[in-house]
Design a protein around this ligand. Structure first.
Ligand code: NAI
Length: 340
């Protein structure tokens, strides 16, 4: 399994380590360093088999290259996965994070990490005890969810402007799916701008705590709204769900929203404007790199995040002029930047 996955991958360098004390498989995948050192989060997860963890890391590392290039930041793409037999706690967790930090250090800065699923800023503090190449620790860039949410808000405004002629969100109905680190602050911000916000989450308590109007998690994709903002899981846009959508725009933070590449065309044919996920959800990267590498203050960060909206405006206009999907326009932009 590892052999076929690695052979089919178009990246630069993959490190595979079996961590005997924990039983974890560690995968560090450096997809591209063309634009700078590879950056991307560390995901800790229990997978059905180690190869599923490797497949996740390889796929996500490529998406990071696209995200960095589209955001115009001087980094390449990478991703790490700790495929654990069970989520470790206490001393065992610390020891695994230390060994992982030593492995990343041994790569000499060609891969720089941050958080992802099940890896918090506090976990990153532990990694940083053994590794200088860590973003998103508690004392520095912190939780990237807030920057991601802010970037999605700018992206939604840009999409609304393209579709309806004005970026004003007052009176627009937006469905936010998933009220986690990104969805919760996004829903609050949208409500603050006068949008009619519908929310859905498999965790009913999060819906109740939001104080916003909830819809059932089961039929979220069929809800009538102006904007559907997927901020939970990937793969919600598919041959099965796209015919049921009753929105004008899809713009949310979830990674890998399209189940297959053809779904971009399916959305286009239905007249639904789709903000490519890796463009609209780059706010976390912008936050961490801006605060930690560039030393930005809050005002500079806000300007950096607003540029996500500007990029989308250009992409939407270019796609419309060229008769192509926004996904195709984004891929073209990424290819141009990587070819320079
Ligand atoms: P999170 O884990 O904090 O929140 C996810 C929320 O979605 C939880 O409230 C969970 O109960 C809910 N959920 C899970 N499955 C669901 C379903 N089927 N239907 C409705 N709700 C469901 O995650 P976070 O950080 O808010 O990220 C959300 C998405 O955005 C993920 O796909 C993540 O990969 C992506 N993303 C996050 C970034 C960040 O900076 N946190 C950056 C870029 C992408």
């Amino acid at each position: 399994m590892f052999e076929s996955l690695l052979r089919a991958w178009d990246g630069e360098h993959a490190v595979v380590r079996y961590d005997a004390p924990s039983g974890a498989w560690i995968f560090v995948c450096i997809h591209s360093t063309v634009l700078g050192p590879a950056g991307g989060g560390t995901r800790m997860r229990v997978y059905p088999a180690p190869a599923d963890g490797l497949a996740d890391a390889l796929r996500l590392s490529r998406a990071m290259t696209q995200k960095m290039a589209a955001a115009g930041v001087p980094h390449g793409g990478g991703k790490a996965v700790l495929a654990v037999p069970a989520l470790p706690e206490g001393d065992a967790r610390r020891a695994l994070l230390h060994r992982y930090g030593e492995l990343v250090t041994s790569l000499g800065g060609s891969y720089r990490t941050a958080g992802d699923m099940n890896v918090s800023p506090a976990d990153l503090d532990v990694v940083a005890e053994r590794c200088p190449w860590v973003y998103g620790t508690t004392g520095r860039g912190g939780d990237s969810g807030r920057g991601t949410a802010r970037g999605v808000l700018h992206g939604i405004r840009a999409a609304v402007e393209h579709a309806f002629g004005s970026p004003d969100l007052a009176g627009r109905t937006v469905l936010v799916q998933g009220l986690g680190a990104v969805g919760a602050p996004l829903a609050r911000a949208l409500a603050g701008e006068g949008a009619e916000v519908l929310v859905t989450d498999v965790d009913e308590e999060r819906v109740a705590a939001s104080g916003l109007e909830g819809v059932s998690a089961g039929d979220a994709t069929g809800v009538e709204c102006d904007v559907y903002a997927p901020c939970a899981v990937g793969g919600t846009l598919s041959a099965e769900t796209i015919p049921r959508l009753r929105c004008r725009i899809v713009a949310g933070s979830a990674n890998n929203q399209l189940a297959t590449p053809e779904d971009a065309e399916r959305l286009h044919e239905r007249g639904i404007l789709y903000a490519p996920d890796y463009v609209v959800n780059a706010g976390g990267v912008v936050q961490l790199i801006g605060l930690e590498d560039e030393g930005w203050d809050d005002a500079e960060l806000e300007r950096g995040l607003a540029r996500i909206g500007d990029s989308l405006r250009e992409l939407f206009a270019g796609a419309a002029a060229g008769g192509i999907t926004p996904v195709a326009a984004a891929e073209r932009l990424v290819a141009e930047r990587l070819a320079r």
